[in-house]
Write a protein that binds this ligand. Structure first.
Ligand code: NAD
Length: 281
């Protein structure tokens, strides 16, 4: 098979969580551009519908559904509606995530009183674990359920699950709220265990671990604060924080047959941040 043909998703379908914005929206666009029919889900149902409508206007097959990944019944309903519409589900992006942006440092380099461990709000801890880790569990659980039925529904076996982890699964981020690090480390190890369990069913499971991308996470400080953005650009070994289009090729690699021999991989896309910041701190 020709190399670029392996990225073709014609005739496949993909469901994305957290697709109204940022990285999840880029995944939905990438899958649609490669030929897949897509469902954009998000706790912000209006945002998901807005972006699905834009994709339809551009000629793609896209629908939207409101879905809070912290609620298993909503995740199950989203997969059921997707399967009903598209006769199966070949690709699931377990992407939705959240961070309050209250690390022990502020992006401006000041000590943040609310982010210190001895002051940390237990409700924020619970919310972060519930969305970032339990939400990933709900999504993989329901993706596996419907992908195991693909053969009888559409004649294809298995599928591909792509999770969004973070470089924070492996390195520490002083400006990110403390529960985010253990939540994403949990996502990484959960992904590896799911890859191990689901390989027998033809289901591949991998995770993308982004470094700093310009999105709305953490209150969107990289978008809103030019000074903070410039300071971060200067820290990244390749010279700048990332725009979301830069994640699309990796998403397609893992989602498509191009990644047919990849499972259990935690792929860093961080501009070299894991190697260390450019400037000494
Ligand atoms: P974003 O805020 O732009 O997008 C996140 C989307 O998830 C939003 O549309 C939001 O409404 C949705 N969401 C939040 N809570 C949800 C819930 N309970 N159920 C369903 N949807 C929910 O941020 P992003 O940066 O695109 O984040 C996407 C993923 O990338 C997250 O898992 C995040 O942890 C991860 N990530 C981002 C970066 C970065 O620098 N931007 C770095 C590493 C990892």
């Amino acid at each position: 098979m020709k190399t670029l043909d392996q990225f073709d998703l014609t005739g496949r379908s993909a469901l994305v969580t957290g697709a109204a914005s940022g990285i999840g929206l880029a995944y939905a666009e990438a899958a649609a551009e490669a030929g897949a029919s897509v469902t954009l889900t998000d706790v912000d149902g209006d945002g998901a519908e807005r972006e699905a409508a834009r994709l339809r206007d551009e000629g793609f097959v896209a629908r939207a559904q409101s879905c809070d990944v912290a609620q298993l019944d909503q995740v199950a309903a989203a997969f059921d509606a997707h399967v009903e519409t598209f006769s199966g589900c070949d690709i699931a992006f377990a992407n939705a995530g959240w961070d309050a942006g209250n690390g022990f440092w502020t992006p401006e380099g000041k000590r943040n009183p609310d982010g210190q461990i001895d002051k940390y709000d237990p409700e924020r801890w619970d919310r972060s674990i519930r969305i970032n880790l339990t939400g990933a569990f709900h999504t993989v659980r329901e993706a596996a359920r419907v992908m195991k039925q693909n053969a009888e529904r559409n004649g294809r076996r298995g599928g591909s699950i792509v999770m969004t982890s973070s470089n924070a699964a492996e390195v520490n981020e002083a400006i990110v709220g403390v529960p985010y690090m253990p939540a994403k480390a949990g996502v990484k190890h959960f992904m590896r265990h799911m890859a191990y369990e689901l390989a027998a069913f033809g289901i591949r499971v991998n995770a993308i671990a982004p470094g700093p991308f310009v999105t709305n996470i953490g209150g969107g400080w990289l978008k809103k604060d030019p000074a903070a953005r410039k300071a971060w650009d200067e820290l990244v070994p390749v010279g700048a924080v990332a725009e979301t289009y830069q994640i699309k090729p990796l998403a397609l690699l893992l989602a498509s047959d191009a990644g047919s021999y990849m499972t259990g991989a935690h792929v860093m896309i961080d501009g070299g941040m894991q190697l260390g910041p450019v400037k000494p701190l």
